[in-house]
Design a protein around this ligand. Sequence first.
Ligand SMILES: [Zn+2]
Ligand SMILES: [Zn+2]
Length: 337
Amino acid sequence: MKALSLLTPLQFEYQEIAEDFNLEASEALVKIHKIGICGTDYHAYAGKQPFFSYPRILGHELGVEVVAVGTAVTRVKVGDKCAVEPYLNCGECWACKRGLSNCCENIKVMGVHTDGGMTELVKLPAEKLHVSDVLDYEALALVETLGIGAHAVARAAVQAHDTVLVIGAGPIGLAVMEFAKIRGAKVAVLDLNPNRLNFCVTNQKADVAIVADDNALDHIKVAFDGNLPTVVFDATGNKYSMHKAFSYPASGGKLVFVGLYQGEYTFQDPDFHRRELTLFASRNSMPSDFTYIIKAIEEGKIDVQTWITHRITFEEIAEKLPLLVQDASLVKAIISV
Ligand SMILES: [Zn+2]
Ligand SMILES: [Zn+2]
């Protein structure tokens, strides 16, 4: 079957790889229909994804069809349309034993640490499949991305009375906005890029857009009737943004780092104590997030069509993936296999 391997940074190769239909009792074989491309994929291509090894078949945002199941599988049946939870956890570690599959000590993310979905058929544990009888494969391929936002919003337990600031209007920030809005909170977005800010407001992802200039703190207060927001999400992974973010939450507020910065982060303890802040990290997402997101899309609470700005075929990936990232109108690109 066909596959696309990223041999080294900047070098894709279309290959023929062997099919493997030998399923463990708990596994399923799925046909890949749609694949979302995300920041991780662009970074892996550019050679900027930390702890990444080559060669690797990318693809962790997947809309799939079940084509075979192992003898013990009851969760899915042949023909089911599913989203894939690509976080392969060990089931044995202290995190897994406490139900924290998203931060398993031995986690392997499909398409990042193990080969992913840029191929025709993939074998995986059936428990990682999340079925919908309603959604199409494009919507199912978006569930994983949305999960990053749903989990972050769940971490901070956002309520309708919260005022929420999301820093960074890329796909991760957008995903956070979707779920903060569903919970009824007032949402403002802060970003440097006016096009992205426009997109957020036009598509009702955020109530207020704020340009990240030198007076951002003042603009934020204006957006929330003179007060600071009760929950702040940083979806940039940028050191400078994350430092500034520390001064944005109100007293008793929460700061959630959704984006990851690969280095040391410091803050002034008096700033932290004076306002009695709570600082959260948010990583991946949980099985329950997948269930919740699929229901939210099925009920029309998320308009997935606003997310998809580019569509390409499997054969076009090698040529077009490097160019997509330079396109200012990019939100999400979806591959048809
Ligand atoms: Zn992703
Ligand atoms: Zn584990």
